[in-house]
Design a protein. Structure first.
Ligand code: XUL
Length: 514
């Protein structure tokens, strides 16, 4: 039976999952992960990001990602699996980050980069460029209606514009601009790869409904950009085969390479959200809340995004920057383990006696907060358990508040990402949303989603297409026994708290914005 490899290059780590799949059976047969900071210390990253004096700037080294890929392919080759059965590989990557390629091919490393670093999704240094692009296309509402999002600092278009303005010569020397996803796909096939609509919709450059580059936005971003952008192909396109370089280096077969996508579009598949009505919450470096959308209902208040879905429809998503690193900041400041963190949550009452915080340890995406600044209300900064409850409640209340634009009456939530193993956090989630929360056997839904996309595309390419329900069956289904149900009285408490939180949030987001 064929094997399918999914790879996920996230902010902090690279993960691989191999599934053994046919029409009747799917099974994870290999899973491995490496942390960039510890596996590749020579790059000096912290949580996968290069230290920088300006807190609004976030860069990572693209060669660190390709070195990680090399290590991971060696692990897959040495896994003991009959690797000659490897039929297809697809990938998932952190969204929005951009890689700038100069002249010279991609047949084998080292590659000629016209910019040594890649700005990533945590970068928020492009407010000016956002304003310029929005103004040039007729305003943020027009941009959102066409591309699915108003201008956002981390989106690739504003990032490209800043590069063009600050390093015009390096921009001119750039032959091709890739997303992290299309860059790593290129490395695997040994030539420039296309971009899929799921990840292209995180650029402020693609027209959502036609899945083509939108000329007005491209022209507003930087001169000559149209020639530097890869073509857009459907997410299920087979874009080539594993290049001779990787086949020889690791003894791998000429597996098909399927277009890579963003981690959130891949997670949509990996959490089984192939139908409308259910939302997923991913608790990772970023916290995200998302669900499938049959029609693109763009956020009117400029909060969320509509991206392309790998299933061919759309997805609504809201993204929070202060995710796992904010939870870790609280945990570490009190010298706690994760078990202590869960105990603290259990010791404190829902609603926290009205003690509250706004969790902006770093600048925030939702709502837009340009400068870090944690705000506490009736909350003693030394009270460990109360601070633990306050961060978790703040994050989940913010998610409930800022996912309303999707118009989903949330009854079921699929929880994924590192912190989704914590059932005390999931209880707060169930109570805040008044919804049943389920966990998954495979915690890394982005990576699993990539493996399932490889399966789906390979079957379709061999005239044996499978419906998406069939593709996700068995592996990307919530574990029924993991259900965490809401408690009605607590949900009532949170319904009141949400209004108070919203008021405080809007006052303070405005005051820390410049
Ligand atoms: C999505 C976003 C983050 C990154 C994290 O818009 O900015 O979720 O994709 O990897």
């Amino acid at each position: 039976m064929p094997l399918y490899l999914g790879l996920d290059s996230s902010t902090q780590s690279l993960t691989a999952i191999v599934i053994d799949a046919d029409a009747d059976r799917r099974e994870v047969v290999f899973e491995s992960s490496l942390q960039f900071d510890t596996a590749l210390p020579q790059y000096g990253t912290q949580h996968g990001v290069l230290p920088h004096d300006d807190p609004s700037v976030a860069y990572s080294p693209p060669t660190m990602w390709t070195d990680a890929l090399d290590i991971m392919l060696a692990r897959v080759a040495a896994s003991g699996l009959d690797i000659s059965r490897l039929a297809a590989i697809a990938g998932s990557a952190q969204q929005h980050g951009s890689v700038y390629i100069g002249s010279g091919g991609l047949a084998r490393p080292p590659f000629t980069l016209s910019r040594a670093v890649a700005p990533i999704w945590m970068d928020c240094s492009t407010s000016l460029e956002c304003a310029e692009i929005a103004a040039a296309v007729g305003g943020n509402e027009v941009l959102a209606a066409r591309t699915g999002s108003r201008a956002f600092e981390r989106f690739t278009g504003p990032q490209i514009r800043k590069f063009y303005k600050t390093e015009p010569e390096a921009y001119a020397a750039t032959q091709r601009i890739h997303l992290v996803s299309s860059f790593l796909a290129s490395v695997l096939i040994g030539e420039h790869a296309p971009i899929d609509p799921g990840d292209a919709s995180g650029m402020n450059l693609m027209e959502l409904t036609t899945q083509r580059w939108w000329t007005a936005a491209v022209d507003a971003t930087a001169p000559g950009l149209a020639e530097k952008l890869p073509p857009i192909v459907p997410s299920s396109a087979v874009i080539g085969v594993l290049s001779g370089y990787w086949q020889q280096r690791h003894g791998l077969p000429a597996a098909s390479i399927v277009a890579w996508s963003g981690d959130n579009p891949c997670s949509l598949v990996g959490t089984g959200l192939v139908r409308e009505g259910v939302l997923a919450i991913s608790l990772g470096t970023s916290d995200t809340i998302f669900g499938l959308m049959r029609e693109p209902r763009v956020s009117r208040n400029g909060i969320g995004h509509v991206f392309g879905s790998p299933t061919g429809a759309y997805m609504g998503i809201t993204v929070f920057r202060n995710g796992s690193l904010a939870r870790e900041r609280i945990r570490d400041s009190f010298g706690m383990s994760w078990t202590d963190f869960s105990n603290a949550l259990q010791q404190t009452p829902p609603g926290n006696h009205g003690r509250m915080l706004l969790p902006w340890f770093e600048p925030e995406i939702t709502p837009p907060v340009a400068h870090a600044g944690v705000q506490r209300f009736d909350l003693d900064p030394e009270d460990a358990p109360a601070n633990v409850r306050a961060i978790v409640e703040a994050q989940l209340i913010a998610m409930a508040l800022h996912s309303r634009w999707m118009g989903v009456d949330v009854k079921t939530i699929h929880a994924t990402g590192g912190a989704s193993v914590n059932s005390a956090i999931l209880q707060v989630m169930a109570d805040v949303f008044g919804a049943d929360v389920y966990q998954f056997e495979v915690g890394n839904s982005a990576c699993l989603g990539a493996a399932l996309r490889a399966f789906h595309a390979h079957r379709a390419a061999h005239a044996q297409p499978l419906e998406w329900d069939e593709v996700v069956r068995g592996l990307a289904e919530p574990v029924k026994s993991s259900r965490v149900g809401p408690v009605a009285s607590r949900h009532a408490t949170y319904r009141e708290l949400i209004a108070r939180y919203a008021e405080r949030e809007s006052t303070h987001a405005a005051s820390v914005r410049t």
